[in-house]
Design a protein around this ligand. Sequence first.
Ligand SMILES: *[C@@H]1O[C@H](CO)[C@@H](O)[C@H](O)[C@H]1NC(C)=O
Ligand SMILES: *[C@@H]1O[C@H](CO)[C@@H](O)[C@H](O)[C@H]1NC(C)=O
Ligand SMILES: [Cu+2]
Length: 143
Amino acid sequence: MFSYTKVLSLLALIPSILAVDHAVQVGAGNALAFSPTTIVAAVGDTVTFTVVSRNHSITTTNFSGAVCPPPVGGVGPNGFDSGFLSDLDGSLPSFTYTVVDTAPHFGACMQAAGAHCRAGMTFAINPTATQTYAQFLLNARAS
Ligand SMILES: *[C@@H]1O[C@H](CO)[C@@H](O)[C@H](O)[C@H]1NC(C)=O
Ligand SMILES: *[C@@H]1O[C@H](CO)[C@@H](O)[C@H](O)[C@H]1NC(C)=O
Ligand SMILES: [Cu+2]
C-alpha cells in the first residue's frame, strides 16, 4: 500500500545517510600535528577531531598574516574553537564540527602561545587552488 507519509519520512533520512564523518587525530604519536592535515568535506558532513595526546585546541585562524596563535573563538565567518582539550588523563576528548559552508577553513592549535601552531600543528578544511594547505603551513611557520 502506497504511503505518502512513509515516502516523506524516507526522503528525510537521505541527508543523514549521505553525510560523512571525517575523523581527524590530534597529536597522534605524541606529535604536534593533525592527521590528516587536509579534509575535503561537503556541507552537512561532520569532522570529528579526537585529541590522542597532550593538551591541544582545534581553532580556526587566518590563512595568512597573523596565523599563530589562533584567537579564542576562532576566525570566522563560520569559524570554530574547541577550547583546550586535554588527553593528559587519557580521556581522548573529541570535538565535532558540522560543515555549514563550502568556504575554506584553516585551523591550528592555540597551545603554548602559538608555539604548536608555528611548529606546524595546522589543518585545512576545503582548501582551494589559490589557498592551499601547503601555503597555509608556510604562513603558519612564518607567523
Ligand atoms: C591545557 O592547556 C591550557 C592552556 O595552556 C591550560 O590552561 C589548561 O590548564 C591545560 N589543561 C590541563 C588539564 O593541563
Ligand atoms: C586576521 O587577519 C585580519 C585581516 O588581516 C586581521 O584584521 C585580524 O586581526 C587577524 N586575526 C587575528 C586573530 O590575528
Ligand atoms: Cu597543540
